[in-house]
Design a protein around this ligand. Structure first.
Ligand code: FCB
Length: 437
């Protein structure tokens, strides 16, 4: 690695990130069915119709996995908790096995000298909630706050940080407008409602955790650099709107209590009645912002109804996902969030990494270069005065990459999905060396 721990300010933390459905094995431990199980069971949604029933079997191998985090000299382990594991019906009677699992996990993280960074929802909505309309139903904010309380009464005394919802844009837009993720809808009214209720659920969960005395609460949003496909005014306008939907909607709501006008122009007619009254809850104060950053997208105008835009393939080198590698976007968004929204709050890069067709024994040199180039941009932001406080790799393990099944390998550690053997990659070893204390 072209850097070491000493190249970062004192107190700066490095972490590894995972999520529940992607690694645990949702078939184990009495977890309830989720909308990802039914989405994956529907032909055409997921590569080979794979699901998270076994995944990396982290449910049984968590101790070995936490050892891997600690041995790489990371400071933080960012994990998520499955709503359906804790409350198989989404509400009502908790699953004791599920609560016990997260209790053990948090103890295991602390016992290894790591900081537990919890995300409460990383996309596995209980089917019972989906049956009631899921994110389209305003009541989800209350159900989610109740889940938050049930879980945090158990682990809230030991978590180092907590964020309610991973990547609101994916939960709302990708899943209800693009239809690429569960529940696989393509409907603008459903989208507008989800875009609002996700924020409301975030705010209600923050309030619930504050009431319990849980500290160091944040939000985790994803960002994609919107590059106009050509020099035309139309392409610039399309890219600006894409940026609004993707990058400014949730930040605006959570940090300023308002939605961007350009996006409201399209979504406004489909919003739930009285949404304005919820804005004070959505912008409940938080202590930090987490940014997940992977790539940029070329945007061009398109015929048809609002938003009238399309994405094009760009010319830059791409990862196994087909995503362009564009490290400059990371510095851009750190600066953008700090100057326009968070104004001094600590920023954590809660996800960054790349998929690569790795096999054990073959060094993942491309991933090492990817990390180095993104860390150089992160350091540039720090030099400009942006208060960046942490950087977490996505991901610790190769895992269930949603609609792509097990094909895309994001891990620092290779997983053989037949034997479930874990084999650290060259990037893991390089980080371990760079992060030595
Ligand atoms: C993010 C998700 C994470 C993983 C990475 C590649 O959007 O939070 O679960 O899928 O992308």
């Amino acid at each position: 690695m072209r850097f070491s721990r000493n190249d970062f300010p004192p107190g700066f933390v490095f972490g590894a990130a995972t999520s529940a459905y992607q690694i645990e094995g949702h078939g184990f431990g009495g977890a309830g069915p989720t909308h990802w199980d039914s989405f994956a069971a529907t032909p055409g949604n997921v590569v080979r119709a794979e699901n998270g029933a076994r995944a990396c079997d982290h449910y049984h191998r968590w101790a070995e996995d936490l050892d891997l985090v600690a041995d790489a000299n990371f400071d933080v382990y960012r994990f998520s908790t499955s709503w359906a594991r804790v409350l198989p019906e989404g509400r009502g009677t908790p699953n004791t096995e599920g609560l016990d699992f997260y209790d053990r996990l948090v103890d295991g993280i602390c016992a290894r000298g790591l900081k537990p960074a919890a995300t409460l929802y990383h996309w596995e909505l209980p089917c019972a909630m989906a049956d009631l309309g899921g994110w389209r139903n305003r009541d989800i904010a209350g159900w989610f706050a109740d889940f938050t309380e049930t879980l945090m009464r158990r682990i809230g005394d030991r978590v180092w940080s907590a964020a309610p919802i991973n990547e609101p844009w994916c939960v709302a837009w990708l899943s209800h407008f693009d239809g690429h993720h569960a529940p696989g809808l393509r409907d603008i009214r459903a989208t507008a409602r989800a875009m609002h209720h996700v924020g409301l659920a975030h705010g209600r969960a923050i309030e619930a955790m504050r009431a319990l005395g849980v500290t160091n609460l944040g939000a985790v949003c994803n960002f994609e650099y919107a590059q106009p496909a050509d020099e035309s005014a139309e392409a610039a306008e399309a890219a600006q709107l894409y940026d609004g939907i993707y990058n400014r909607w949730f930040l605006g709501a959570m940090f300023r209590g308002e939605y961007p006008e350009d996006v409201l122009a399209g979504l406004g007619a489909h919003m739930p009645d009285g949404w304005q009254e919820d804005m004070a809850t959505i912008c409940a104060p938080v202590d930090w912002l987490g940014l997940n950053y992977y790539t940029r997208r070329l945007i061009a105008p398109a015929d048809g109804p609002w938003p009238g835009l399309r994405t094009l393939e760009g010319p830059l080198p791409k990862t196994q996902m087909g995503w362009e590698v564009y490290p400059q976007g990371l510095c851009h968004f750190l600066r953008f969030a700090h100057e326009g929204y968070t104004r001094g709050l600590p920023l954590h890069v809660t996800e960054n990494g790349m998929a690569n067709p790795d096999s054990p024994g073959i060094p993942d040199a491309a991933r090492i270069a990817f990390i180095e180039d993104h860390l150089a941009e992160l350091r540039r932001a720090i030099e400009e005065g942006v208060p960046v406080a942490g950087y977490y790799l996505w991901s610790l393990l190769d895992n269930y990459e949603w609609a792509f099944g097990y094909e895309k390998r994001f891990g620092l550690v290779h997983v053989d999905f037949d034997s479930l053997k874990r084999s650290p990659k060259a990037s893991y070893e390089a980080l371990r060396g760079a992060l030595t204390r």
